[in-house]
Design a protein around this ligand. Structure first.
Ligand SMILES: [Zn+2]
Ligand SMILES: [Zn+2]
Length: 280
C-alpha cells in the first residue's frame, strides 16, 4: 500500500502516503479508521484550515497519547503560514493537551518551501508547497513530493560497470554523476484546476474534483471535471486520481468518470468514491 485516501467534499478528506509516512490533511474519522496505524504517521501536512480537512487532527493527537503504540514518537505538523483557523486550533490543542507524552510541533510554512522528508544517502525526498486558488479568507496550499535522483554523466555512459565502480571509488560519485529532480506525487488540495507548471512531469496527480459539471459550481473555489481533464491532457499526466467529489454525484460518479477516462488516451484515471476508502 502506498496511498490510502478518504474524501467526501465538505465532510472529510485525508490522504496517507505510506512510503514516507506522511499524512496530507486530517479530516474527521481518520483516527478511528486508521486505528493503531496512526502511530506510523511522522509528519502531517495540512492544505488549509477548513474543518473538513482538519477536524480529525485533535483525535490523532489524543489517540497517539493514549492508544497502544509508540507514545513517545514525535509528531510534526505543517500548515500554511497565515491560516488563522489552524493557528487558533493548534493553540487550543496545545492548551488542552499540555501533558503529551511525545513532542508535538506545529510549523507554519510559506509558498515554495521545501521540507526534507527522506534522506537515506542515495535518495532525498522533499515536500514542496505551492499556492492554490481556493477561498479568499483562508490561505491554501497544494503539495508536490519531489525526489532528488542521480544520473550518470553522458561521457561515462559507454563504460562497463566495473570501470564505473572503480572510477567512483577513486574520484567520488559527484565526478561521475549529477542530480536531478523528479516530481513523484502532486496533491492539489482544495482549489480551482491547478496551473500546468506545478503539475508538469509528475508521476501521479491527485486532484480535487468537487464538481462533475461546471454548471453546478457557485463561486470559483473548486475544480470541475472538465477543467481537470483539460489539465491532464495539457500536462500529459499518466496517472490521475480525482478526489473531494461532492456526494450529490454518488449515483452517477462511476459512469461519468469511466466515460471521461475512456476518452483520454494512455491515461489511467481513477477516483475516490465519496465516503469510501481508496487504497493502492
Ligand atoms: Zn474541502
Ligand atoms: Zn476548503
Amino acid at each position: 500500500m502506498q496511498l490510502m485516501i478518504y474524501s467526501k467534499a465538505l465532510f472529510s478528506t485525508w490522504i496517507y502516503y505510506s512510503p514516507d509516512r506522511l499524512l496530507f490533511d486530517a479530516g474527521e474519522g481518520i483516527s478511528s479508521y486508521m486505528g493503531n496505524k496512526i502511530f506510523a504517521i511522522k509528519r502531517i501536512f495540512l492544505t488549509h484550515g477548513h474543518a473538513d480537512h482538519i477536524a480529525g487532527l485533535w483525535g490523532i493527537i489524543n489517540s497517539r497519547n493514549n492508544a497502544m503504540g509508540d507514545r513517545e514518537k514525535r509528531l510534526e505538523i505543517y500548515f500554511p503560514k497565515g491560516s488563522n483557523a489552524i493557528r487558533e486550533y493548534s493553540n487550543f490543542i496545545k492548551k488542552v493537551n499540555s501533558e503529551l507524552k511525545y513532542e508535538l510541533e506545529f510549523f507554519p510554512i510559506g509558498v515554495g518551501e521545501r521540507i526534507l522528508v527522506k534522506d537515506n544517502g542515495n535518495t532525498k525526498r522533499f515536500v514542496v508547497t505551492f499556492q492554490v486558488r481556493h477561498t479568499l479568507s483562508e490561505p491554501a496550499f497544494g503539495y508536490n513530493i519531489i525526489e532528488e535522483r542521480r544520473k550518470l554523466r553522458k561521457e561515462f555512459l559507454c563504460l562497463p560497470k566495473e570501470k564505473i565502480i572503480a572510477l567512483m571509488n577513486k574520484m567520488g560519485r559527484d565526478h561521475l554523476t549529477y542530480t536531478y529532480e523528479k516530481k513523484i506525487l502532486t496533491i492539489s488540495g482544495d482549489t480551482m484546476a491547478l496551473s500546468p507548471e506545478v503539475v508538469e512531469g509528475t508521476d501521479f496527480l491527485l486532484h480535487e474534483c468537487t464538481f462533475l459539471s461546471k454548471k453546478d459550481r457557485k463561486g470559483e473555489i473548486h475544480a470541475s471535471l472538465e477543467e481537470v481533464l483539460e489539465l491532464i491532457e495539457k500536462t500529459r499526466v499518466k496517472n490521475a486520481v480525482l478526489y473531494h467529489i461532492s456526494s450529490r454525484y454518488e449515483s452517477v460518479v462511476d459512469k461519468i468518470i469511466r466515460k471521461a477516462g475512456s476518452q483520454l488516451s494512455d491515461v489511467s484515471l481513477d477516483y475516490v468514491y465519496p465516503g469510501k476508502i481508496w487504497v493502492r
